[in-house]
Design a protein around this ligand. Sequence first.
Ligand code: UDP
Ligand code: MG
Length: 320
Amino acid sequence: MDVHSNPYLSIVIPIYNEQENIPSLWERLSKVMAESFTDPDKSWEIVFTDDGSRDRSLAMLVEIAKAEPRVKVVEFNRNYGQHSAIFGAFAEARGQIVVTMDADLQNPPEEIPKLVAKVEEGYDAVGGWRQGRQNNDSFFRTMPSKIVNAITRRTTGVQMHDYGCMLRAYSRDVVNAMLLCKERSSFIPALANSFAKRIAEVPVAHAERAAGESKYGLWKLINLQFDLLTSFSLLPLQALSVFGVITAAFGFLLFLGLVVYRFMHPEGTAQGVFTLFAILFFFVGCQFIAFGLLGEYIGRIYQEVRDRPRYMVKKVHQGK
Ligand code: UDP
Ligand code: MG
């Protein structure tokens, strides 16, 4: 039997146009694996997903896989996004412990043994918590991340400092549970936490993106936030009705106030008209927010109902 058929540890890395980073990523990662996981009981594999890269990334990964039998490359037929890419790799990963990381070396591969040790202690999901966060990323990249973290903490009810850090380790049970989730839009760290019994955070170093640029703009981040909000809680829907009750009460009180004012100052009609306009605009605004949120849910229901596959694998490259 092939010794590597059931490795102890799987490292999962999504790749989208990372040709500048792959050489140093591979150099540092293979060094860490060779030095830290020498124990024959701790065999390992690395599963890359090529998420429809348009540069030389795929060719480079296939080269690596040819030279190193412990490397698998899942080739997607097009770009499906980071989290789908991670899922694609999860489906191929066989390790008892699965570690996810980004390709851009913002999460140093040297931290992997720390995370693995924490899972060995009995934790199901171990998150990296970025220390001294380096950011040459723009204001538009850091500010939304902070908001994402804050809202995620609230909606998922799990107090984690850093949801954005993708250097994470999971037990086999949690990965299996995640693989059973068929929903399209999912945010892996939050999903994992919903299945994990014991959750831990480990401080990890954080560097600037080694090369290339962030694949996330403001728009992708907003989308991710909506995914989070709608796939993990009904809070927005519930907040809507509370908000509705409050605004209705407020409107009624204001109406009473206006009636009283009208009796006291019969000459002040023009002012009243303007006040009504202000109130009207306020309500129209509220309605649009409500429609928007409903639309988000309906859109997502529509996507789930269509039940399209989350991604299509073109080929899995392994060995020669
Ligand atoms: N990524 C991906 N598909 C995408 C976008 C990103 O597989 O559509 C990968 C990317 O190659 C990297 C990781 O996801 O390994 C994180 O991307 P990035 O560094 O751009 O995100 P950020 O660090 O800015 O959140
Ligand atoms: Mg990055």
